[in-house]
Design a binder for this molecule. Structure first.
Ligand SMILES: *Cc1c(COP(=O)(O)O)cnc(C)c1O
Length: 496
């Protein structure tokens, strides 16, 4: 059959949309069904995908049949399957089926929810779902929420609000450059904090030197007494401390900063306290994990990413603050053509951030929360934590492996350390090689981090499809690859 191509004017005809709509839903169902039997990692080399794509765009329409065929032929071989149950790198995430369906509807609506007027339902669903999520996390009633795309952007907005709170400096009007009367501003985060804090100070004109990294203890948690000391030193040295970022679930080890103690310091020193709970925050949905957010009720702002561990497709980051008025002061700028009659009685989300246009992201959060329910979500997160604790137990019991950090959530930091290996450099090379060989199977995908001078493997659990058998498989591959590396002659190989 000749491929259909687009009609001369207008959109795809309804019949064709129905045919391919059903075909693509079928395609997705099969993808989810078969994902267990495909490798999580692709085999392509850099350039392989581009080389198969035409250098110029198609002059005339090609028909969905051709597009579908190339999705299978060209795109699929170059996919890293983040929705795969053996994806354990970075943080393991899920675009769940209700979330996928919501994305489809959201694209069909194609609204821009910059103002209440430009889509009342999107604005009010955002208000409602964020209040639901606030309750699920046990956060106080005066936490006001907004959806941004990513945690990095949420944190940038937090620091912008903290800066705006320095009203005497009037940075919104005057800027920072060329003003000898403005002291150097200082912000604090632990040395384990996410690089988005660094990027924020770059973007906000504070400069990387404005960020002072506070040392951590042996559990990779910020040392509050070191924070107190740093602030005192800085005040003496002419800096103006204005913000601290605490992390609940750091990216490297998922350590939890002592937020309550940091909140005391921030209250005493009059600093804005932002909590980065991008990954770890979701665990608070589980009643017995609620404590991970202890102290966060006193934060000025907090970010949690439903696209990380709440089964919502990328991207959706939730930012809460108890000072939306300060955030609004930092960013609100309403040109004449965006003024509406309802401005006095509604929330216009464009007033609370850099971006004007906003996707209807709340729809997918709503679908996911309703489909699984609070208990269903808690049950799944609890399972991930149990699987991680089991894996941590296997590491602890095996004389060839060792754990490199506590496992408060569902991410395990560990390394191979066979008997008789003492040299750190050799251990680092062994583990780097082990990770490469494990990932070369393409059956599982893990990542690494550096703790002190040690090269450390990370196994994250957070995909909705991950079961005990997947974790067992990952462990078996690790054990097998390690014994291959360490068989006679193997140790020599790692030195090359
Ligand atoms: C993943 C992560 C981020 C960054 O998240 P994005 O949404 O990709 O910007 C920030 N902080 C922590 C602690 C994270 O784990």
């Amino acid at each position: 059959m000749e491929p259909e191509s687009a009609p001369p004017f207008g959109d795809m005809p309804a019949d064709e949309f129905r045919t391919y709509g059903l075909a693509f839903v079928d395609w997705i169902v099969r993808y989810f069904d078969e994902i267990n039997s495909i490798p999580v990692l692709s085999e392509v080399r850099p350039g392989d995908i581009r080389n198969q794509l035409p250098k110029a765009p198609p002059a005339s329409g090609e028909g969905m049949e051709a597009i579908l065929a190339d999705l299978n032929r060209v795109i699929m071989p170059g996919m890293t399957h983040w929705n795969h149950p053996n994806f354990h790198a970075y943080f393991s995430i899920t675009g769940s089926a209700p979330g996928v369906l919501a994305e489809m509807v959201s694209a069909a609506f194609n609204v821009n929810c910059m103002l209440w007027k430009t889509c009342p339902a999107a604005t009010e669903l955002e208000q409602t779902t964020l209040d639901w999520l606030r309750q699920m996390l046990g956060l106080p009633e005066d936490f006001w929420g907004i959806i941004y795309d990513t945690a990095s952007i949420s944190t940038m907005h937090a620091i912008a609000a903290a800066r705006e709170q320095l009203t005497d400096l009037n940075i919104r009007e005057q800027g920072l450059a060329g003003r000898p009367e403005v002291p150097r501003l200082r912000i604090y985060a632990s040395e384990q904090a996410h690089s988005s804090v660094d990027k924020s100070v770059i973007a906000l004109g504070l400069g990387l030197n404005a960020l002072r990294k506070i040392p951590v203890d042996e559990k990779f948690q910020m040392r509050p007494e070191a924070l107190t000391k740093a602030i005192a030193e800085d005040r003496k040295g002419g800096w103006r401390p204005f913000c601290a970022v605490a992390t609940v679930g750091t990216t490297s080890t998922t350590s939890i900063d002592p937020v309550a103690e940091i909140a005391d310091i921030c209250a005493r020193e009059d600093l804005w306290l932002h909590v980065d709970a991008a990954y770890g925050g979701s665990a608070a949905v589980v009643p017995e994990m609620r404590h991970v957010l202890d102290g966060c009720e006193r934060a000025d702002s907090l970010v949690v990413n439903p696209h990380k561990w709440l089964f919502v497709p990328v991207d959706l980051s939730v930012f809460y603050t108890r000072k939306p008025d300060v955030l609004k002061r930092a960013f609100s700028l309403v040109p004449e053509y965006l003024k509406t009659q309802e401005d006095g009685e509604v929330e216009n989300y464009m007033d609370y951030g850099l971006q004007l246009g906003r996707r209807f992201r709340a729809l997918k959060l709503w679908f996911v929360l309703r489909y699984f329910g609070v208990e269903g979500i808690a049950r799944r997160i609890r399972r991930h934590i149990e699987l991680a604790q089991a894996f941590a137990g296997w590491v602890d019991e095996d004389s060839d492996f060792e754990r490199m950090a506590p496992t408060p959530f569902s991410t395990i930091c560990f390394r191979a350390h066979p008997a008789g290996w003492a040299d750190e450099d050799e251990l680092n090379r062994l583990n780097e090689k082990l990770l490469a060989q494990v990932n070369a199977t393409r059956e599982v995908f893990m990542s690494h981090t550096k703790l002190g001078e040690s090269y450390v493997l990370r196994l994250a659990i957070g995909n909705i499809r991950t079961e005990a058998r997947h974790i067992e498989k990952a462990w078996k591959i690790l054990k097998d690859k390690l014994s291959e590396l360490c068989k006679p002659g193997g140790k020599h190989d790692t030195r090359n």
